[in-house]
Ligand binder design. Sequence first.
Ligand code: WT7
Length: 650
Amino acid sequence: MSETAPVPDLAPSPQLAADANGQPELFEEATADLEGFWARQARERLTWDTDFEQVLDWSEAPFAKWFVGGRLNVAHNCVDRHVEAGNGERVAIHFEGERGDTRTLTYADLQREVAKAANALTELGVQTGDRVAIYLPMIPEAIVTMLACARLGAPHSVVFGGFSADALKSRILDAQARVVVTADGQFRKGTSLPLKKAVDEAIDHMGADSPVDHVLVVRRTEGEVAWDDARDQWWHELVDRQPDTHEAQAHDSEHPLFILYTSGTTGKPKGILHTSGGYLTQVAYTNAIVHDLRPETDVYWCTADIGWVTGHSYLVYGPLANGATQVVYEGTPDSPHQGRWWEIVEKYKVSILYTAPTAVRACMKWGADIPARYDLSSIRILGSVGEPINPEAWRWYREHIGGGSAPIVDTWWQTETGAIMISPLPGVTTLEPGSAQRPVPGISAEILDDEGKPFTEPEKVGYLVLTKPWPSMLRGIWGDPDRYRETYWSRFGPEYYFAGDGAKYDADGNIWLLGRVDDVMNVSGHRLSTAEIESALVSHPAVAEAAVVGASDEMTGQAVCAFVILRGAAVPADGDTDAVVQELRAHVGKEIGPIAKPRSIMVVTELPKTRSGKIMRRLLRDLAEGREVGDATTLADSSVMQTIQQGMTG
Ligand code: WT7
C-alpha cells in the first residue's frame, strides 16, 4: 500500500466508492477461495441450462476446462433471457451509420433478428461445430450474425472489414469456414468501398481448396456486385423470410465460441480459440466491475470494431450478457467532421466510453476546442485499451472528455486473455495516470526477471506473466497445439503464462506495462521501453505523436531512434527541424535520463499503423537501420511508408 497520501482528484469520489459494482471485498473473496469466487460469478451472472460439477479442470494444462459439465446457450444469455425477464423493450443497440442513418434495436428486436439469422444459417446447412466466417462492416447484422452462430454452436471467425482478400483467404482456409457472411460494400470516410469483391477474390484464389459452400450478402452500399447463383444469397431474401423464433439448444461450457486471428512473431496469424462458459463469465464480470456498467441507466459505448477482440468481448458478449444499452457506430471519428464522436455522445447521452489511446491522441491533435462544442456531461466512466496510455493523453482525455473528474480505467488484456486482466476499479482504485495498476479480483500476475524469478522491486524492468488459469483464457491456437504451448507456456516454464509484455512496478506496487518485449530496448546494458520514451516525447508541447524503435548500434547494442509528428503550431515555417530536434533530445534527457536521449529524431507527417492503430515498429526499425522496408501489407494505409521515406530524404 502507498505511504503517500492519495491525490484527492485521483481517488474515487465517495459516491462512486459507495455505489460502484466493484467493491474491495471482491479481492478478499477471490484470495480466500479462487474457484469458489469464479463459481459464484458464473452462477450469478449467467443462466445455465445444466449447472456445472467442477469449476476448473487443469489436469491437461495448459489446456483448461472451466465450469465442467455445465451447459448453456451464449445467445440465450445475451438476448432471450433479458426479454424473458421483462426487459424486451429496453434498447440493446442504438446504431449510428456513418452517413447519419440510424436504427434502434430493442432486446425483443434483437431476439427476433437473431432467431431469423439462426434459421437462415440452418437452411444453409450450418450445424453445431461448423465454422462461419464473418466479413462485415460495423452494422447490426454483424452482431446478429455472431449471436446466431453462438446460438447454433457454430464458431465464428470474424475477419476485420479492412483486411485484404489475401488475409481473408488464409483465415477462411485455416478455419475451414463453410459459410461467409459479408456485405456488398462498406462506408468509410464518406465513400463506399467494395467488400464482397474481396470474398470473391479470396474464394477464386483458393480454387478447388475452397471450403466455402455459401456466401450470405447484406445489402449496405447498393454497389455493384458479381454474383454466383449457386453460392451467393442476399440477406434480405434469405434471412427476412425466416420465422422469427428459434429454439436454442444448450452447449457444453467448453464448446468453441469463436476463433479470432491475431498476429504473432511469424508471418502466419494465430487463430486464438475461445470457448463458451468461462469466456462469457469473465467478459460479463469485467464489464460490470471495471466499466461499472449499470444496465438500467447507463448508455455504454465501446468504439472498437467487431473485427478485434475488444469488439467481441466489450461490444458483443460482455455488454449484451449484462443487458446493456449501447451505441454502435459504423464510421471513423472524423467522418464527416472531427466532432462526430462527441456529437454522438451528446445525442445518446453516453455515460461510459471505452476507446484506444491512439484515438485519444488523434483527438488531442485536432484540438480541445472540438469536444468543447458538445455537451459531454453524461460521461461518468472512461476506458482505455490496446496500448499504454501516456500520462499526457490520459490527462487530456480526463480533462476534455471526462469533465475533469471521470475515472479512467486503463485496461490491460490481450486477444489471448479474452477479457480484462489488469485494470483499476473505478470505485476502489486511486488512479495513477499511465499505469494499468493491478490485476482485477480473481486474476494473478507477477513480473519475472531474466532468470524467471518473480520480483517486486520498483522500477526494475521484467516480464509480465499470469500465474493462475482464468475463465476467459484462450483454449489454444486453432489446429496448432504445439505453437500454443511454445508461444505462451515455455519461456518461463509451464506454470507461467508469458504475455509477451515488459512490465515494472512503481513504488506503490502499481504495474506499468512497457510494451511488447521486442519493443524493449537494451542500450548500453540498460533496458529502456519504447513506450516510456514515446511518452516523454509526447509530453513536450511541440509533439503530437511519437514512435520509438531500438536500432542496432555498434557502440551501444541498440540505439534509440524516434519518429515524431509535430503539432501544427510547432512545424517550422522554413522546414528546418534542427532546432526542435535538439530541444526534443534534451527534453527526453531531462524526462528520463541521458541514456534515453534518442540517437536520431526524424520529423515525419505520418506513422505506419496497422488497422487496429498499432504502430508497426518493425517497419520503422527497417528505416532506422537503413534497410529496405519489409512487408507492409497489414498497414491501414500502405502509402505511409513512401511518404515517410520521401520526407526523410527529400
Ligand atoms: C497487447 C494485446 C486488449 C485488446 C486490444 C489489443 C497491449 C493492451 C494495454 C494497456 C498497455 C496494452 C499489450 C498486449 N495492451 N492493452 N492497457 N496497457 N498495453 O489486443 O491485439 O491482442 O494486443 O496490447 O502489449 O500484450 P491485442
